[in-house]
Design a protein around this ligand. Sequence first.
Ligand code: NAD
Length: 262
Amino acid sequence: MTPKLKSTATAGLLAGKVVLVTGAASGIGAAAARAAAHEGAKVVLADRNAPGTEEIATGLAKTGAEVLAVTVDVSDAQSVTAMIASVTKRFGQLDAAFNNAGIGTLETRAVGNRAGDLEEDSWRRMLDVNLTGVWLCMKHEIAVMARGAAIVNMASIAGLIGLPRAAHYTAAKHGVVGLTKAAAIDYADLGIRVNAICPGFVETPLTATSNAEKRAASVAKTPIGRYATAEEIAAQAIWLMSDHSGYVTGAAIAVDGGYTAT
Ligand code: NAD
């Protein structure tokens, strides 16, 4: 059975911070935006899905949270530049960012393809969004961040091990882990921490299309024996963006129900 997180237990972890979440219109990003607001942050919700972002932001504003909704394509440098300009115009600072926006194999029409059978456009689209998108966001976030800031990049267990029939996704997520480690070293002396989280299988729209057989196989390989909730993944991102993880940088933390421990 999936345990319910007691969301009131840690309220205030991000008090006073301006937090940016990309991919905030759905799944893990939406859960992270809600959790960040709950922890006292001013939250910038960014996604390519404008109506979805507005909907989540409006819901949060009704709870009294200070929010800003921004439409962005993380794979487009101009769009990312404009996103950061909106953040600084509205809040004048950026303390933490969760670079979470990403796509799965379905969006690149490459389900079930072996590495050599991937079309070049599928490969490039995957790398553009899931790796270059993270780098572009980080580049422009760091430019406006001050000492004490924290970045969390979304990787996956596919950033730690190979996943079958998903070579482009696996390559992109390994890239995110490498980028995270290199950037953590580059910015440690400037007081900016950079970490990655590596979820296993999570209950979100991204995985909702998996067939029953594939789901059962994923659960069977996961020692905890179920998919994660989006909230369980978001909770790790919140901790890594908070001062409670002040000595953690360059880490790629598996949040996978034990999948990569087997
Ligand atoms: P999701 O599809 O529910 O949410 C992804 C969000 O990213 C969507 O709102 C989408 O509009 C947005 N997005 C996609 N491309 C974008 C772009 N170019 N610019 C801006 N926004 C864009 O999926 P999710 O499961 O919440 O996935 C979030 C992240 O978690 C992804 O990076 C994914 O690879 C990663 N992840 C998911 C799982 C899982 O099992 N669901 C496991 C490991 C890692």
